[in-house]
Each structure stands twice: as C-alpha cells, then as structure tokens.
Design a protein around this ligand. Structure first.
Ligand code: ZN
Length: 669
C-alpha cells in the first residue's frame, strides 16, 4: 500500500464500513449483511492497526474485545443518581399515582399531562457516558449513587455504539439484556459442564456483565436497549423525543412504546402488550409509565429514592403450588425471627425458587399454613417470593402446626414476644432473640454495617474468619486492624491483606445518614436515616435528641422515634459509637438545606384556598423549612386555613406564631 496518509484513510474508511455493517446487522437486524464480509473487513482493519499502531483509536470496532482481565471493578459515582421506580400492581394504584401528581400541578400544568409508555425490560440497568462523541465509561446501576465500571465488558456488546455524532457530554441509560433463547442455550451448556445454572435471563445478563474477563462477556451475546438520556438536552421537550433521539444516535430502542393522552389509553397499552408478552425475545416484567413533558418531569421531582414522574406497572404475579417441607427460622440483625417456608425447587415467573417468606407468626396463623401442606407460592417481578395460601382441602391429617421456638435457633437465647407497628395501623406480633450478644444478630449486624459503609472487600466469609480468629469482636474493631494482623492468617497473602486494610481505610469516612443507617437500629432504614440526618445535622445532636424532638420529624412515627431514642440511651450502643469514632471513623455533618425558611418548622391545619396542602408543603420544603404533623413548643409557625382543627388552639396555648393564608403566602413569596 502507498504512503502513510493513504493507509490512515484506508483505516478510517474500514472503521466506518465495519461500524456501519455492525449497525445494520445488530441494531437494524438487516439480513442482507453477511458475516463473511464483516469478518473480512474486520480482519484487514486489525492487521493494519497492528502494523500501524500510531493510527489506533479507542472507538475502533477492533477495540470491542481488547480489554485485559481485571482484578476487580472500580466503583464509580453516577453523574446523576440512577433512581429506582415505584411499582404499581393494579389500575387502581396507577389512578392513585395520577391523583398524587395532579395534586401538585397547577391547572395549566394539568392540561399538559400526557404519558409515554414503554416496556420494562427485565435486565440490568446501565449508564453509558459519551464525551466528544466517544464512549468513555459504562457502569452498572449499583446502589443508584455508586455503580461498577464495566466499560470494557459493555464494549463487547454490538448494539452499543463506540462513537456517536453528538459531541456534547451525554449520558445514555438503558437496559442490558440477554435473549431468552441465549439464556436457554447457556444453561444447557452449563448443565453439560456441571456449572451452576442461571435462574432467569436477567441473572444471566447480570452475571455476564460482571465478568472480570471481557472475553467471557463477549461470548454471552448480550444486547442493549436505550430508554433514557440522563443529560439535559434543551432541544428535547418530551420523553418521547428522547427516545426518538437515542434511536437517531444509533441505539436500539424497544419497539413497544406509545404516547398516551390519558390513563385509559395507558390501560389499553398495558393490556395489548400483555398479549404479546410471552412471544417477546426478551424477558419483560411490566410497563414503565413516564410523564411525557420534561418540564413537568423536572417539576415533579423525587420523593425518597423514587421519582414522582414515572412508575412501573408490574404484570400480575405468577403463582405455583408446591409442598411445604419445613419452616425454618431466620434471625435478622435486629434479632427478629422470620419464618421461612422451604419446599422442593419450583419454577415461578421464570425463576427457580425453593424458599419463600412467611413474613411473621401472624401471617402463618392467618393463612393457617402447616408443615406438609400443599401451598400456593407467588412471585411478582423482583419482589421476594411469598406463600399466599394453604390448600386445606388437600390435607391428609399428617400436617403439623408450626410453633415459634422459645429459644433462638442460633444462640439459644430467650425469645421475646413484642408488639410492633403503629397503634392506628395494623400492628403485629414479632419475636425477637433477647440476647444482646446473639451471634446471629451480631453477625448480620456486622454484615449490614460493612455493606452500609460500602467496604466491598470484606464479605461475610472474611468477617466470620476475623471473628473466629479473634481479630474483631464488633464492626468498630475493623478500623483498628493492621496489615500484619491479617497477613499472618492462613490463606491471606500480603496482597489481599493490603487490599482489605486499604479498602477499610478508604471507606472510614461516611455521611451522617450512612453512619446512622449502618448502626442497624430497629425500623431505621435508609430513608429514616436520611430524615434524621437532614433534621439534626450532626451525630451529637441525634444522640442527645429528646424523644419529642425525634417525634417532630414528619415521616417518623412514634414507634420508630422510640426505637431511635432507646437505641441511643443504651450504654453499650453509646460505647460502640464512641469506639467507632476513636478508631478513626469520620462522620460528615449533614448540610442542612439552606433557604429563607431553614431551621423553621411549620404545621398546617385547615383548608387553604389558593393551594393544596401538598403544594404548601412543597413550597416550605423548597425554601429549606420543615413540615411537621403535630404542634409543640418547637413549632415555628402554624398556618391556619379555613375550618382549622385543634392544632390552632394548641398553637395559641403554647404561644406559637400563627399565620393565616395571606401571611403565609407573603412569607413564601
Ligand atoms: Zn440469638
């Protein structure tokens, strides 16, 4: 061949040609493209790039399977959190969702409300980042904030373009999926080779993306469908427009999608799609309904971990029958005893399951489930399987009633019966292991702690090992470990000891809400931890909070408040927190929301004329204020509408400031 500039041109043209064939073959499913042509051109390209490495480029189609085998995946922070959607299981729940949205919108906005529906593929959510038109990073959803960098495995997926024409920084989101037929083949192969089987295509896709060797990922023939652009591109005004644009950029988009002007059209789409569901090449478990107008999308925002602007409709659960062999009892980190049904492995909703939760003793009594019964098990989407019915007519008289053990099955400690749940709501009886030193509690508690701190290198087995060898007695001891403590242990080399210590040290600084969550206080999940952090701002303030201060917080009911208050009053817990801090754990103080109402607490009573209560709450929160349900000395203002309740009287008695609607509007204007 001629001079180097001709070679460069040839390489560039080959790349375009190969990429064009890839696009037509994999994205457009164009049968006219033959494998032979594609392979011949690719071979020529590889040879030229090899000979002239100066013309190598990251977006060359030859770079799809070039990556090295990794030791582990890097954790990456998503530019914007990858939220998870709330689920709806019925038309009623969708109507309730719409009602909640309408309450927040003005009449003008309500007129613009339409929906964009798309199939919810049952795969792995993935984020793809492009800079200057080049695919630079791809990551798994992870916990929504942090994911794993799986760029080189994603490059092996033929439906992901390595370059796009838009040169802006763009983040594409979508689903990585495996064809049902590929999954079946893979399982047959694994069965032959005595390897573990994948319960469903989603697990197989997830397992393939999380392979450290990109060659294995490449062999799994994964596919990618784009469903969102996380970057704000001002020219795109609707979710539908985003779909059209990602398609133009060269991504595959699922063809089952529809703009609907109202919920009745949405219901039709859901029913039509259900008819073809089984025939689809990919697994899907529902329909995602998005508010189409992106301005409304922004306006509606996020509550907790889920956005208000979209919801996932899940098709009804699938059920199966099986014989209940045994009821086991699990001991959780709070010491709660959970009965678990054990049965012969059974296929439900595409997954093979052999255990299902029975929730609690009340549930067992309500269903009258006995050991030996033929039971109905149910699985809906990614919800954990449960026992929903005992078929009593099939009994032969040999069935046995289950009795909750009086001693903890793990430590032998005494089992205590407690009433849980808010008084007003349905409360239930729960059983707890009362032994504070219970090994099961302790073990689960430590695992929970390590997960909350995201110390990925310390898994359950390592924790058990450290404990058996006397290196640690609680999670706080982890932070005092030294490399030489570990490297002396059998089966731990210098290298892994170093990794473990580094990973612990790197994760010793956490946000206040993470820290609270890690403590494993009964009833305190991620959202409550966040609420506590936002409200109090510092660990010290939370530890010193009076019960009534905790009760003030809008989303925290009396039972949860008491649980938090009691936890921080116990000496061994205070000692544990102190030990964590002494061993080097750093807790960041929470940024209290700033705004002109920050630090002020409002209570609203009666009906406001010009805005709904939800809108009023949103206004207060938007300006950094807090809204509480009950009036106390700590309340800053009570906003009084027409027909106010007793809260207005109480405010007057306590001398709390009272605002009428006009005064309130002036304040928030
Ligand atoms: Zn126990």
């Amino acid at each position: 061949m001629g001079n180097t500039s001709e070679i460069k041109t040839r390489i560039e043209k080959l790349r375009q040609q190969v990429d064009d064939l890839r696009y037509r073959y994999h994205v457009l499913n164009d049968p006219k493209v033959t494998d032979e042509v594609y392979e011949d051109l690719t071979k020529e390209l590889i040879a030229l790039e090899h000979q002239y490495p100066q013309f190598m480029s990251a977006d060359s189609p030859t770079q799809r399977v070039g990556g090295k085998v990794l030791d582990k995946f890097q954790k990456v922070k998503h530019p914007l959190p990858m939220l998870s959607l709330n689920n709806a299981f019925s038309e009623e729940e969708l109507k309730a969702w719409e009602k909640r949205i309408l309450k927040l919108l003005t009449n003008n906005q309500q007129d613009k409300l339409e929906y964009f529906c798309e199939v919810k593929l049952d795969g792995l959510s993935i984020s793809l980042e492009y800079e200057n038109g080049i695919f630079v990073r791809g990551s798994t959803r992870g916990d929504g904030i942090f994911g794993e960098d799986v760029t080189q495995n994603l490059k092996t997926i033929q439906t992901i373009p390595l370059s796009i024409v838009d040169k802006r920084r763009i983040e594409i989101r979508g689903e990585c999926v495996m064809l049902k037929s590929v999954w079946e083949k893979l399982n047959k192969q694994n069965q032959k080779e005595g390897k573990p089987l994948f319960a469903n295509p989603r697990n197989a896709a997830a397992g393939s993306i999380r392979q450290l060797d990109p060659k294995i990922s490449a062999s799994r023939k994964l596919d990618f469908f784009a469903w969102d652009i996380a970057t704000n591109l001002p020219e795109l005004k609707t979710h539908q427009a985003k779909h059209a644009y990602v398609k133009r950029l060269g991504f595959k988009v699922d063809e089952y999608q529809k703009k609907c002007v109202d919920l009745s059209e949405v219901f039709n789409f859901i029913q039509e799609t259900e008819k073809v569901r089984e025939k689809l090449a990919f697994g899907m478990d529902g329909i995602v309904i998005n508010v189409n107008d992106l301005n409304l999308y922004q306006f509606l925002g996020v509550v907790g971990k889920a956005p208000r602007y979209a919801i996932a409709f899940k098709y009804p659960a699938e059920q199966a029958t099986t014989i209940l062999k045994e009821i086991k009892v699990n001991v959780g980190r709070t010491g709660a005893l959970t009965p678990l049904a054990v049965f012969e492995p059974t296929f439900v909703a595409g997954s093979k399951i052999s255990k299902a939760t029975l929730h609690n003793m009340d549930q067992i009594q309500k269903l009258d489930v006995r050991i030996g019964d033929t039971v109905v098990i149910q699985k809906a989407g990614d919800v954990i399987p449960e026992v929903v019915e005992a078929l009593v007519k099939l009994r032969n008289g040999k069935e046995k009633k289950f009795v909750m053990p009086s001693k903890c099955p793990v430590c032998g400690g005494l089992v205590e019966k407690r009433q849980i749940g808010e008084k007003s709501k349905e409360s239930s009886t729960a059983y707890f292991c009362a032994n504070p030193k219970c090994t099961a509690k302790n073990r689960r508690g430590m695992q929970h702690f390590v997960n909350a701190f995201e110390i990925m290198s310390v898994g359950p087995q390592i924790l058990d090992r450290f404990k058996e060898d006397g290196l640690i007695s609680d999670a706080a001891d982890l932070f005092a470990l030294k490399q030489e403590d570990i490297s002396g242990l059998e089966r731990f080399g210098e290298k892994s000891a170093e990794n473990i210590i580094r990973s612990i040290q790197e994760h010793s600084k956490v946000t206040l809400s993470r820290f609270i969550y890690a403590l494993g206080i009964l009833h305190v999940g991620e959202q409550t931890s966040e609420d506590l952090a936002q409200h109090f701002g510092s660990l010290k303030k939370i530890m010193e909070a009076k019960l009534e201060n905790i009760n003030e917080i809008e989303n925290i009911g009396p039972v949860i408040a008491k649980s938090i208050y009691d936890w921080f009053k116990q000496k061994e817990n205070i000692r544990f927190v102190k030990k964590l801090l002494d061993n080097g754990v750093k807790v960041e103080t929470a940024k209290l929301s700033s705004g002109k109402l920050s630090g002020k607490t409002f209570v609203i009573t009666g009906t406001l004329d010009s805005l709904s209560r939800e809108q009023a709450k949103a206004l207060i929160k938007g300006l950094g204020g807090r809204v509480s349900e009950s009036v106390s000395k700590l309340t800053s203002f009570v906003v009084v509408g027409s027909d106010p309740g007793s809260k207005a009287d109480k405010a007057e008695k306590l001398g709390v400031g009272i605002l009428d609607e006009k005064e309130f509007l002036n304040l928030v204007k």
